[in-house]
Design a protein around this ligand. Sequence first.
Ligand code: PLP
Ligand code: COI
Length: 355
Amino acid sequence: MNINVTNITTPSAKPAKDAALGFGKIFTDHMFQMEYSKEQGWHDARIIPFGKIEIHPASTVLHYGSEIFEGLKAYRKADGSVQLFRPLENIRRMNRSAERMCLPTIPEEDALEILTKFIEHEKDWVPSEPGTSLYIRPFMFGNDESLGVHAVHNATFMIITSPVGSYYPEGINPVKIMIESEDVRAVRGGTGEAKCGGNYAASNRAGERAAQQGYSQVLWLDGVERKYIEEVGAMNVMFKIAGEIVTPKLVGSILPGITRKSCLELLRDEGYTVNERLLSVDELIAALENGTLEEAWGCGTAAVVSPIGELAYNGKKYTINNGQIGTVTQHLYDTLTGIQWGVLEDSYGWTYPIK
Ligand code: PLP
Ligand code: COI
């Protein structure tokens, strides 16, 4: 694949070693961009200086929300080398999201080549402090310059990258989550299992309400009966109830998380009883009330594994594991981050080295 490279003339200073990176606030010096048209397919692949883009005021994305994105990270190992975590899983999910949103797909091998070459180019931006990484945000949007509503004929694909620390200011300390009983995020047959911008826009109102009451995110219930637990705003969710690890099964309205998949594979291999099943909010509240809910945690690329120390539902607050991180949560965090930063051996072949 031919990728044109235009380098920035004056490179910016990298963040200082002790800088608080936060999440998604600082961007690297370059970005990747290419265009799609029905006639030409994907074309004009280029790495260019990071900057604003021009967009036609009638562009599809601005009116009808044709947008999808992905999120993965590049990690710096102790020997200075850089690796990705299960990048093909992100590429495959992006293509599934594209199909759902009538956006063009990108052949897997091309997408992997683009991703690898771009990260090679921005490699010096991968931070090395403990817990830091380079967050990679590939995204695609419909870019037809007309107001008709139809499948997309023109699209733009881009990648931007951002050196990041923890997603939550709490880091690995337990977060407080509010179970949302009014707004819904997704329904089966809708776009919940696609990683598209609209899902997040629809989530913001509940997220804001929760934040005003001191909660980090909301835990969504299913959109039809408002009965079954689905996922957290930017993470999948898992519970340990009376020894059983339970996570909501993928019914079409939940994002099939790569961290979720990795946690399930690790736990099953280690002999835990793991069930992907429907979990009603009533069952969850009963487990909180009778003391059988041992641990709860969220899992996702940005947040890795994040213990939930408190859940709120219909005005009642429930503390989990005395507000402390639980044994399984800690073990998953240690194992996943160990593999991602190259501290533990990767017997699964999940890591992908960058030259
Ligand atoms: N669910 C939602 C809504 C998300 O935004 C994310 C983050 O990407 C996840 C789950 C976790 O997915 P992954 O582990 O692939 O990052
Ligand atoms: C991720 O974990 O990569 C995400 O995309 C979550 C995000 C919405 C911040």
